[in-house]
Design a protein around this ligand. Structure first.
Ligand code: MN
Length: 288
């Protein structure tokens, strides 16, 4: 199967270790990720102005890590909005995130950036969808100029009304029709919405550009309901090469912009080191 010039990397989401990207917390996250054997750290770039590019670049070099950028939009920057000023704010914010990722040397922007990360109260309309597609074309072109890939995360019905399955995501990608725009699948969301953990991956094939590995309760891998053996088996079938990033959240490590949007109310773990050590072993045992 044709591949997409990406390489297999094991990553960890920064919120496993740090609630913000202040110099002290960023150093703790990068050193912890590196010590645990991760290749990549996924940095939340929801508020691009809060990420110090020079500091981050130095940290990545010191700990021999690459970075990806996790990007989300909210109701004020929702590119599905019928309010043109809100769509423009979303496109502008995406461009700032792309600039920041480029400045720190990353090439993969990921996350549920095709719509706002929120519970919608009604189905998406044709106009909402079209606004997102048009905006995404502009975002994709801007990213391409900087050599950056856009990986659109498919999330569950409580976090988006635009699309909730891999197959819906592939239809969206067809409409956007840009070579640097890929599908991003997350086992946590797939466990809620897909017909099992295999079909969506096989349907995506070489359009799958980014993977989040999360348990059904977002805690320790292997302690919930996700059928990881089937999922990793499907990745092998398509010979997936790209980031495989562990994502887990607990009320112990909090980013106000993301934790509340994701409804992280429970304490599922308190020891980031133990959690991250277990996760990379779990992932490599099934995919390497
Ligand atoms: Mn995710």
């Amino acid at each position: 199967m044709a591949q997409n010039n990406k390489t297999l990397q094991f990553g960890g989401h920064s919120l496993v270790w740090a609630g913000d990207w202040s110099p002290k917390n960023a150093r703790f996250a990068a050193s912890s990720a590196s010590t645990a054997g991760y290749d990549l750290i996924e940095i939340l770039i929801a508020e691009p102005e809060k990420i110090d590019a020079a500091m981050t670049k130095d940290l990545l070099a010191e700990f021999n890590l690459t970075a990806s950028g996790c990007f989300v939009i909210n109701a004020k920057t929702d590119i599905t909005s019928t309010d043109k000023s809100i769509v423009k704010a979303g496109v502008d914010l995406a461009k700032q995130a792309i600039d920041k990722l480029s400045a720190i040397g990353g090439v993969e922007l990921d996350g549920p950036m095709a719509s706002s990360l929120q519970p919608y109260e009604q189905p998406v309309t044709k106009e909402n969808r079209n606004n997102s597609v048009v905006a995404m074309k502009e975002i994709a072109d801007y990213a391409a100029d900087k050599g950056i890939n856009i990986n659109i995360e498919i999330v569950n019905r409580y976090e988006s009304n635009l699309m909730n399955t891999a197959k819906e995501g592939l239809l969206y990608l067809e409409e956007v029709n840009k070579p640097n725009v890929y599908l991003h699948l997350d086992t946590y969301h797939m466990n809620i919405e897909e017909d099992g953990m295999v079909d969506g991956v096989l349907a995506a094939g070489d359009r799958l550009g980014y993977v989040h590995i999360g348990e059904s309760h977002r805690g320790y891998l292997g302690t919930g309901n996700v059928d990881f053996d089937s999922f990793f088996g499907a990745l092998k079938k398509i010979n997936y090469q790209g980031p495989v990033t562990f994502e887990s959240f607990s009320s112990v490590v909090v980013d106000p912009a993301l934790s509340n949007a994701l409804r992280i109310w429970r304490n599922l773990w308190s020891d980031s080191h133990d959690l991250a050590d277990q996760a990379i072993k779990f992932m490599k045992k099934r995919y390497s």
